[in-house]
Design a protein around this ligand. Structure first.
Ligand SMILES: [Cu+2]
Length: 323
């Protein structure tokens, strides 16, 4: 009912507005004026309003930056994340002044060149020199930023080949939970496939594969040794999920039917991060960052980063896939 009243009210306002315009038009016509002719005074007023709008716009921008700044993530807990943060900072440092300058000019020119009956507009269609400047300058800046981004991207996307120099973990997403699988003593993950899902084997690990026998599946939380490269492999059993580990500046889609991957080196233990954030309850988290269904918001797993010793101890306590 409320919706109908609102719709009718909006329609009536539009009709009333158009009728008012018509009356003003007829009144002006009867006086021999043209209603749409803009006087110099009106032009100046519009120009001033443009300047006022720009000031309000900038104040809003500054207020937004100020009020959301506190939600920034703490310092990066992974090696490549430091570069990612630097790149984000550099990008902001480049685009913020450009944003303010271009918008400032846009509104200032509206004010400066507001209508004047004594001024004639210059016809100016083309300048090769100007075209070159505003094409080449942003291209150069973007090329540098993109190349730096790509080199950082390659660091985490080039799989770690050396089995002795990595921890291999497979993360499987399904509505609405994560399972982590460690490669076990042989440092190899056994085969897995959705068609093998049966009973307690909820992620479809192939029990007949020798490499799978010593694999370790964990739920709830998983552990990482500090300073050791971790090679992740991602799978999904149903919808597209996204493995998001914000404190490590990492995210990768989990896509049904294929495996995706990336790696990073955790550089700060959970204990260290608790001190940095001044929060005794701080925990690293793995979140799902693709809206994958009703309980998506709750699809998460804690991550514990600890010394190699503690990690080895924890891993030894986890059960192998085939006892
Ligand atoms: Cu999900």
């Amino acid at each position: 009912m409320m919706t109908i009243i609102v719709v009718v009210a909006v329609i009536l306002v539009v009709i009333a507005g158009s009728q008012l315009l018509k009356i003003a038009e007829l009144r002006a016509l009867s006086k021999g004026e043209l209603i749409y002719e803009v006087s110099e005074k009106e032009g100046k007023q519009s120009g001033l309003l443009m300047l006022g709008f720009f000031a309000a716009f900038m104040a809003f921008f500054a207020w937004q930056m100020w009020s959301w700044y506190g939600l920034k993530l703490p310092v990066s807990a992974s090696a490549h994340g430091v570069d990612t943060d630097w790149l984000t900072g550099a990008t902001y440092a480049v685009i913020t002044p450009v944003f303010i300058l271009t918008n400032g000019l846009l509104f200032f020119f509206c004010f400066k060149y507001s209508y004047s009956s004594t001024r004639k507009a210059t016809f100016f269609s083309h300048s090769n020199k100007l075209e070159m400047i505003w094409t080449i300058a942003p291209s150069l800046v973007l090329t540098v930023l993109i190349l730096m981004g790509l080199s950082n991207w390659n660091k985490i996307m080039t799989p770690i080949a050396d089995e002795d120099d990595r921890v291999l973990i497979e993360l499987t997403g399904q509505q609405f939970t994560w399972t982590a699988r460690y490669a076990g003593a042989d440092k190899k993950l056994g085969r897995s496939h959705v068609t093998l899902i049966e009973g307690v084997n909820a992620t479809g690990v192939d029990a007949t594969d020798d490499n799978a026998k010593d694999d370790k599946l964990v739920k709830g939380e998983f552990h990482l040794p500090v300073g050791m490269p971790v090679q992740f492999v991602f799978r999904s059993l149903d919808a597209i999920h996204s493995a998001y580990m914000p404190h490590f500046r990492s995210q990768m889609n989990c896509v049904p039917g294929i495996t995706t991957q990336f790696n990073f080196v955790p550089t700060k233990t959970t204990e260290e991060m608790r001190k940095i954030t001044n929060n005794d309850e701080f925990n690293y988290v793995l979140l799902c960052n693709k809206i994958c269904g009703a309980a998506h918001y709750n699809m998460q797993m804690d991550i514990v980063v600890e010394s190699q010793e503690d990690y080895d101890k924890w891993l030894a306590e986890q059960k192998t896939f085939v006892e």
